[in-house]
Design a protein around this ligand. Sequence first.
Ligand code: CTP
Ligand code: CA
Length: 223
Amino acid sequence: LENQQHPKVLKGKNVLITAGPTREKIDPVRYFTNPSTGKMGFALARQAAFLGAEVTLITGPVNLTAPAGVKRIDVITAEDMYNQVLEHFSTNDIVIKAAAVADYRPKQTFAQKMKKQPGEYTVEMERTKDILAELGKRKEHQYLIGFAAETNDVERYGREKLAKKNLDAIVINNVSEADSGFGHDTNSSLFITKQGRETTFPVISKDEMARQILMKSLEELGW
Ligand code: CTP
Ligand code: CA
């Protein structure tokens, strides 16, 4: 019955998904990260595989098990994720960047544990590469979907990212809403295509949202 309701509409297609946070080390015992748990990216991988796709899942450190049949690649830093994503980009048809990539990393990483000192300590940070923006520049046949995590002026910032990063669509999340965003099993979002077509996803499970994002993309692609 399941298979009749969900035919393998992604059979023969390659789907690349990123998930989770990245970790940017200061020394062997300290790092910067964010609250991403990887649930949205893993839900996308599970649903894409369920719809018949060949799925590659590039994930930062998370406590999740990859869905069966999915090719999982583990990374730690934004730089690692950049390298892996760029390596796999050309062979994929749909690319979805659900990962919460660090925007900054410590300018210096110390090989030995820093000993605490009295008084203040300042960490100098430098920018990481914007993976999604790079994909937008290199895009050929790929259908490229980004995420936006916002707390205010949600729609405006989301639309700006859609245009600026040359995406085909964006999933805009208000991460300060209850039941949505980091760590939750449910999510709500606004899906906007580059043609300006909008779909509002009310609070639904991340699996259901993943399925709908994929089905919307298929519709847009005319598959
Ligand atoms: N992203 C990325 N590489 C980065 C930073 C972000 O690929 N170094 C991707 C995320 O995976 C997401 C999208 O860009 O799909 C938007 O991430 P977000 O943090 O919302 O936006 P930023 O462009 O980083 O801008 P800001 O954090 O300042 O709002
Ligand atoms: Ca960011």
